[in-house]
Write a protein that binds this ligand. Structure first.
Ligand code: DOR
Ligand code: ZN
Length: 343
C-alpha cells in the first residue's frame, strides 16, 4: 500500500544544539519540509537576534540534499519588550512567540511568572497578528499533575481569549478531552498541535509493568478516554488540529535518572507513526490535511510543492542513536513501525 501526500511540516519541534541538533535535524529533514523550532535551550532564545543566531547554527546542520526550512520562535519572559513584536514582524524567519509558564517543563525557569506581566506585548502580538504558542499547564504545587492542562484552560486560557479575542494562539501538544473541547468551541484563531505519542499511548503504557522513563513527557500521558478524544480530533479533518511532534531529545543518562527529564524522541519516524495511527482509525485519507495543510494554513504559509510517498512496509527502529559520549533512546527502540517514507 502507498500513500502519496504533499510534503508535511512539523509545527512543534525541539532540535537543541551541537551534536544532538545534527541528529534531530537530519531525522526531521529526511521527511519534513519545515518545522517550528522551540526556543527552550539551556540559554533560552529570548530575542530576535538570538533567534537569528540559532537559525544560522541550524542551517549548518541541515544535510546538503535537503530543502528543510527552520521556522524560528522566541521565548516569552516577564521582561520581553513589546517592541520585539515589530522586530519579529519585519523578519521573515521568525513566526511566533512561545509562552512557557515558569517552571512548567524543560528549561522553563525564565518563563512567564504571571500572564498579566505580558499584557503589553500580547496587545502588540494581537495587533500585528503574531501567534502565541502556549504550553498549557498550570504550575501550582497543589494541582495534581494529571489536572494541570484542564485547570490551565479554566484559569488562564479562558481569560486570555476573552482579553485578546483576535490573538492567534496555538494550544501546544494537547492531551485532554477538555483541551479538544476548548479548541472546538473557540474561534478560528485558536489551533492545536497533537503529538504522535499522545495519540499512541495512555498513562498505563508508561506505568504498568514497570516505570518507562522514555515515555515520560510533559504534559504527562493521560488516561485512555483522553487519548480517544485526541484521536477523534486529529482524524476529524478540522483544520484547527495539526501535526506537531514535540520530539524532544534528552540523553539516556538524563532520562534514566533519579530525576528523569521529560521528553520523547520521535523525529526518526514521526510521520510513519502518525500514518500507523491514521490507518488504525481508518482515516488515512485525512492524514494529508493534518500533516501537510492545516498547520501551514494556520501559520499563513504556502503548502509545500514536493510530494512524498509513504509505504506500508515495516521498519525496525535502532536500539539507540549515539550522540557524543552518550545516546538517544528513540521511540519504539528495537521494535517495528509499520510504515516507511520511500520518497
Ligand atoms: O516532554 C517535554 N519535553 N515537554 C515539554 O514541554 C518540553 C520538552 C523538552 O524540551 O524536553
Ligand atoms: Zn515542546
Amino acid at each position: 500500500m502507498h500513500l502519496n501526500i504533499t510534503q508535511p511540516d512539523d509545527l512543534h519541534l525541539h532540535v537543541r544544539e551541537d551534536a544532538m541538533m545534527s541528529l534531530a535535524i537530519s531525522h526531521t529533514a529526511r521527511v519534513f519540509a519545515r518545522a517550528i523550532i522551540m526556543p527552550n535551550l539551556a540559554t533560552p532564545i529570548i530575542s530576535t537576534e538570538a533567534a537569528l543566531a540559532y537559525r544560522a547554527n541550524i542551517l549548518l546542520a541541515i544535510p546538503k540534499d535537503s530543502n528543510f526550512i527552520p521556522l524560528m520562535t522566541i521565548y516569552l519572559t516577564d521582561n520581553t519588550p513589546p517592541s520585539e513584536v515589530e522586530k519579529i514582524k519585519s523578519n521573515q524567519h521568525i513566526h511566533a512567540i512561545k509562552y512557557y509558564p515558569a517552571g512548567a517543563t524543560t528549561n522553563s525557569d525564565s518563563g512567564v511568572t504571571n500572564l498579566s506581566k505580558t499584557y503589553k506585548i500580547l496587545e502588540q502580538m494581537e495587533k500585528h497578528d503574531v501567534p502565541l504558542l502556549v504550553h498549557g499547564e498550570v504550575t501550582d504545587s497543589d494541582i495534581d499533575i494529571f489536572d494541570r492542562e484542564k485547570i490551565f484552560i479554566e484559569r488562564h486560557l479562558n481569560v486570555l481569549i476573552n482579553d485578546f479575542p483576535s490573538l492567534r494562539i496555538v494550544f501546544e501538544h494537547i492531551t485532554t478531552k477538555e483541551a479538544v473541547d476548548f479548541v472546538n468551541e473557540s474561534s478560528k484563531n485558536i489551533g492545536a498541535t497533537i503529538t504522535a505519542h499522545h495519540l499512541l499511548l495512555n498513562r498505563s503504557h508508561m506505568l504498568v509493568g514497570g516505570i518507562k522513563p522514555h515515555l515520560y513527557c510533559l504534559p504527562v500521558l493521560k488516561r485512555e478516554t483522553h487519548r480517544t478524544a485526541l484521536l477523534e480530533a486529529a482524524t476529524s479533518a478540522n483544520p484547527k488540529f495539526f501535526l506537531g511532534t514535540d520530539s524532544a531529545p534528552h540523553t539516556i543518562k538524563k532520562k534514566e535518572s533519579a530525576c528523569g527529564c521529560a521528553g520523547i524522541y520521535t523525529a526518526h519516524a514521526a510521520l510513519e507513526l502518525y500514518a500507523e495511527i491514521f490507518e488504525q482509525e481508518n482515516a488515512l485519507d485525512k492524514l494529508e490535511g493534518f500533516a501537510s495543510q492545516f498547520g501551514a494554513d494556520f501559520y499563513n504559509l504556502p503548502h509545500n510543492s514536493r510530494k512524498i510517498t509513504l509505504e506500508k512496509s515495516p521498519q525496525t527502529i535502532p536500539a539507540t542513536f549515539p550522540v557524543e559520549n552518550d545516546a538517544i533512546y528513540p521511540f519504539r527502540a528495537g521494535e517495528s513501525v509499520a510504515w516507511r517514507v520511500s520518497q
